[in-house]
Design a protein around this ligand. Structure first.
Ligand SMILES: NC(=O)c1ccc[n+]([C@@H]2O[C@H](COP(=O)([O-])OP(=O)(O)OC[C@H]3O[C@@H](n4cnc5c(N)ncnc54)[C@H](OP(=O)(O)O)[C@@H]3O)[C@@H](O)[C@H]2O)c1
Length: 336
């Protein structure tokens, strides 16, 4: 098969398109003919050598990629026949590569990927492969974030990076709940997309006057929630828009560098919701799967429609560069 491999940590150019041996499904596993593989900002940090949540550095060479959608084309021992030929989507685990002592695998940036059958979801009929892959990781995180804010007609939600993977979904969800939605994004093309995506006001936060524009639009109303994946000065200005009892829901700090940056936090106002916090609230015997099912159900019902930016698999390096340079809209997906 063809796959993208990383032989040395470093810049996007280190991602190379190669012919490699086909992976084999072990007991309890399936092999998926990949039609779409998800790309994350975190993948770019892992590519540079960040360890992320992995217990050990990634052994090299590795095939990156933690999310795939495709068709099941062969089964390992003990897997029910009914999966064969099914359109499926799966999150392959937290980290790039295969950390020792973990069954999580990377391997998504490839024509074929192997995963445990228990990670699979059948793709709802109305979703294509790229949309499904957008919902399995970015969608499940969005569902996790939304647990921390009650949204209704009295809500005023501020969404930085509103043209991004998570941002696009947050805007849609908040609008659907009846909230007033202020979307912030960098540059006119993104702002136009956020406005077209349903925000009541879309503002370019590269313009230092953006907070004044938001205040003018709100005419004395305060924001009730800021969904913050950006951090830094944007977060500070956005939190200043909150009224008494307002919430700052923090899930990232892309402006500060996701590898070594820090979130912007205010005592009594900010809540970091990543990882165990989000999973604790999702509850159930398998909270990760709970959030995945919720995300796919929202898309199946048509309440959430992920925006997707597609790149050919062989251009994974260009996809990484575009993400790092803030040049993407929606979820970034590789297609073999
Ligand atoms: N997707 C997930 O499953 C997940 C999970 C956990 C945490 N997160 C965090 O949630 C946040 C949003 O994730 P996402 O996957 O939806 O990403 P994304 O928003 O699609 O991509 C990042 C966007 O952040 C904005 N940004 C601002 N400053 C940046 C900088 N210095 N470098 C790069 N981007 C910058 C850019 O939008 P503008 O050009 O409009 O500013 C950029 O397009 C990130 O902080 C991420 O680390 C995501």
């Amino acid at each position: 098969m063809h796959a993208i491999r990383l032989h040395a940590f470093g810049p996007a150019e280190n991602l190379t398109y190669e012919q490699v041996e086909d992976p084999r499904p072990g007991p309890g596993q399936v092999r998926v003919a990949v039609r779409a593989a998800g790309v994350h900002l975190l993948d770019t940090a892992l590519r540079e050598g960040a360890q992320g949540p992995a217990p050990e550095p990634t052994p090299l060479p590795t095939i990156p990629g933690r999310e795939v959608a495709g068709v099941v084309e062969s089964l390992g021992e003990g897997v029910a026949d009914l999966w064969l030929g099914k359109r499926v989507v799966a999150h392959l685990g937290f980290v790039l590569g295969v950390p020792p002592g973990s069954s999580s695998t990377g391997g998504g940036y490839a024509e074929l990927a192997v995963t445990e059958a228990e990670r699979l979801h059948e793709i709802p009929q109305n979703l294509d492969f790229a949309e499904a892959v957008a919902m399995i990781g970015t969608g499940r995180t969005t569902m996790g974030i939304l647990q921390f804010a009650e949204l209704g007609p009295d809500s005023v939600a501020v969404v930085p990076a509103a043209a991004g993977g998570i941002g696009t979904l947050l805007v849609q969800y908040a609008k659907h709940a009846g909230a007033t939605v202020i979307g912030l994004a960098g540059g006119p093309e993104k702002v136009a997309r956020v406005q077209a995506g349903g925000a009541d006001l879309a503002v370019d936060y590269k313009d230092p006057a953006w907070p004044a524009k938001v205040r003018a639009h709100l005419g004395g109303r305060a924001a009730t929630v800021v969904f913050d994946g950006v951090g830094g000065d944007v977060a500070r200005e956005a939190v200043a828009l909150l009224g008494p009892g307002g919430k700052h829901v923090v899930f990232g700090w892309s402006a500060e560098g996701i590898h070594d940056g820090e979130p912007y936090l205010v005592d009594g106002v900010s809540e970091q919701v990543l990882g165990p916090v989000m999973l604790g609230k999702a509850g159930g015997p398998d909270p990760v799967r709970t959030l995945e099912l919720r995300a796919l159900a929202e898309a199946a019902a048509g309440r959430l429609t992920p925006a997707v930016q597609r790149f050919p698999l062989r251009e994974a390096a260009a996809a990484h560069r575009a993400l790092e340079n803030r040049g993407t809209i929606g979820k970034v997906v590789l297609e073999p």
